[in-house]
Design a protein around this ligand. Structure first.
Ligand code: A3D
Length: 320
């Protein structure tokens, strides 16, 4: 059987890491596309030269020509600009919206059957716009954020409890922004929910609250430490998990930015929700029961995403 083809639109920090991970995991052949000349070619060659050492078979190609993504099974989009210290994700909207327009057209022309995973910020609005610009079916266009946000939450919790990250599962809903909703009730250590762990004396409510806040600020913490650019190792790992779920029809239950129609009282809005990812793309949006406080937090997050979508429509009237 022919290898799958993975097109990475944007060959910056995340794009390069995605290429390395996809090749090392032998998910398929990789095409790195970027408008910057030399960058995708250089990264592709550098990674290819590591393949004899690590012993994997995958071809890697760098390009500035959209025609090279033809027939891609998966496209992962990181094209655009990242945050600088002091900037919010929303400050990127105007510039990255223009980038989504050209990327959407490129994918529609050359890889209309691909499963598309957007990472460009502000995530929920950019993936919404990318779906509109590309015209691809909504179940084939989604955004990566929830896996990253919940991985941060899981990592901080594992540190707090001094247990393996493997035994911590955590849940983050809503938009990928300051209003994201880490859900403690649905977050567990080996199936034991966080509120029970607090009662059992494993931690205090104050410490859990601080971890929730650190999760919300997780992206900014990295931006501040790096000085230039934003997180890239963990975002790339998270998107690769989604690509693998699609390519291997794993039916993984993963939080991601998906178009929600009906669930959570929404119509046509992209927001972070639990989904099932398999060969059909986003095969299902899972609607979970929320208590009053959780619902209020989610509504606030949804309002923030709606505001960004409205701003996109104002900037580009073809989206209205
Ligand atoms: P960076 O290293 O700057 O790479 C972006 C690349 O996009 C650069 O190589 C640019 O040349 C390229 N580019 C710009 N315009 C175009 C275009 N029109 N077509 C093709 N390529 C283009 O950034 P990065 O890789 O660190 O981050 C990429 C994006 O991901 C940014 O918008 C970040 O804010 C975002 N991001 C999202 C998350 C989420 O969890 C959602 C996490 C971290 C970063």
């Amino acid at each position: 059987m022919a290898r799958a083809k993975i097109a990475l639109i944007g060959a910056g920090q995340i794009g390069g890491t995605l290429a390395h991970l996809a090749a090392m995991k032998e998910l398929g052949d990789v095409v790195l596309f970027d408008i910057a000349e030399g960058t995708p070619q250089g990264k592709a060659l550098d990674i290819a030269e590591s393949s004899p050492v690590d012993g994997y078979d995958a071809s890697l190609k760098g390009t500035n020509d959209y025609a090279d993504i033809a027939g891609a099974d998966v496209c992962i989009v990181t094209a655009g600009v990242p945050r600088k210290p002091g900037m919010s994700r929303d400050d990127l909207l105007g510039i990255n919206l223009k980038v989504m327009k050209s990327v959407g057209e490129g994918i529609a022309t050359h890889a209309p059957d691909a499963f598309v995973i957007c990472i460009t910020n502000p995530l929920d609005a950019m993936v919404w716009a990318l779906q509109k610009f590309s015209g691809l079916p909504a179940n084939k266009v989604c955004g990566m954020a929830g896996i990253l946000d919940s991985a941060r939450f899981r990592y901080f919790l594992a540190e707090e409890f001094a247990v393996s990250v493997k035994d911590v599962s955590a849940f983050v809903l809503g938009g990928h922004g300051d209003t994201m909703v880490p859900l403690t009730r649905y977050s567990t250590v080996a199936g034991i929910p966080l509120p029970d762990l607090v009662e059992m004396g494993w931690s205090s409510q104050e410490k859990i609250d601080a971890i929730v806040q650190r999760t919300r600020d997780g992206g900014a913490e990295i931006v501040k430490l790096l000085g230039t650019g934003s997180a890239f190792y963990a975002p790339a790992a998270a998107a690769i998990e989604m690509a693998e779920a699609y390519l291997k029809d794993q039916k993984r239950v993963l939080p991601c930015a998906a178009e929600v129609n009906g669930a959570y009282g929404l119509k046509g809005l992209y927001v972070g929700v639990p989904t099932v990812i398999g060969a059909g793309g986003i095969e299902k949006v899972v609607e979970i029961k929320l208590d009053r406080d959780e619902k209020a937090m989610l509504d606030k997050s949804i309002d923030a995403v709606k505001g960004l979508v409205a701003a996109c429509k104002e900037i580009d009237d073809t989206l209205a």
